[in-house]
Design a protein around this ligand. Structure first.
Ligand code: OAD
Length: 257
């Protein structure tokens, strides 16, 4: 399938937690996933958005310390991220839409990244949509003073991370759909493709008037594989498969272009 990518005009990628497991960040629904090991944690995750809306002070008190966020901030990109960054440098991959909040695509050098589910390194205002670097705020000190981080518009800030039941920010959703409408190839890597609306994006790519080729890379088959949305399914670790694809694309380009 390397020739499909090499011949593409506008390739985009949709990535999920599986591209970051090789960086030591657990996924959610894989065999050692966070929800697989602790279904109660998934239930609690459904309450966070509501908590922010009802009581932002309590939300901040509970979320100021997060071992998962600490682990994410320490993590480094792995060969999956570097391979996608290289495909962008080669002019093939035009955009990455990621469900990951870990900033690792950006750390690996990718330029055009859409954080579909937000980014742990930012805070966002639900009222005016402004985003701020998280480290602009000394959050423990602000909480000690009995306050919470506020937007310039005075509305309470929350993490930029999109929680269950929270709508995808409009700017992010619009940009993502625009990219999908333009694409002729979509790489779908390391996602169980069960969380909507992200899981709709490959379906939009496949069902538009000029359908894109969907290239899926995952450790296990997903609904996209089973329902025939994926034209190609490569079973394996993204940290091994994606670098191999880059090498194959290079070989193809050297031979034919
Ligand atoms: P999931 O945990 O649902 O799916 C990750 C998929 O990647 C699984 O099918 C794994 O088998 C596979 N996988 C794991 N490691 C892999 C590897 N090294 N190579 C290839 N495949 C691998 O994660 P997502 O689909 O990203 O939402 O989950 C979607 C959303 O659900 C997340 O963004 C998160 C969660 O609730 C929010 O944070 C809002």
């Amino acid at each position: 399938m390397a020739e499909v990518l090499a011949n593409s005009v506008y390739a985009v990628a949709l990535t999920g937690a599986g591209v970051s497991t090789e960086s030591g960040i657990p996924d959610f629904r894989g065999p050692s996933g966070i929800w697989t090991r602790d279904p109660e944690a998934e239930r609690r995750a459904y309450e966070v958005y509501d908590k922010f809306l009802r009581n932002p002070v309590e939300y901040w008190m509970e979320s100021v310390k997060s071992p998962i966020r600490d682990a994410i901030e320490r993590a480094e990109p792995n060969p999956s991220h570097y391979a996608l960054a290289e495909l962008e440098k080669m002019g093939i991959l035009k955009c990455i839409i990621t469900q990951n909040v870990d900033n690792l695509h950006q750390k690996s050098g990718s330029q055009n990244v859409i954080d579909f589910h937000g980014n742990v390194s930012k805070l966002r205002c639900l009222k005016c949509g402004r985003r701020y670097p998280r480290d602009m705020f000394d959050i423990p000190k602000i909480l000690e003073e009995g306050k919470i981080p506020l937007c310039e518009c005075k509305y309470p800030l929350k993490s930029d991370v999109v929680y269950f039941n929270e709508p995808i920010p409009q700017d992010v959703y619009t940009r993502s759909v625009e990219e999908v409408v333009k694409c002729d190839v979509m790489i779908v890597a390391g996602t169980s493709a069960v969380v909507y609306p992200a899981a709709q994006l490959p379906r939009i790519a496949k069902n538009k008037p000029l359908p894109a080729s969907v290239v899926e890379i995952n450790a296990e088959p997903t609904p996209l594989t089973v329902e025939g949305i994926s034209d190609y399914f490569i079973q394996g670790k993204t940290g091994e498969v994606l670098p191999r694809i880059v090498e194959e694309v290079k070989k193809f380009l050297a031979k034919y272009k």
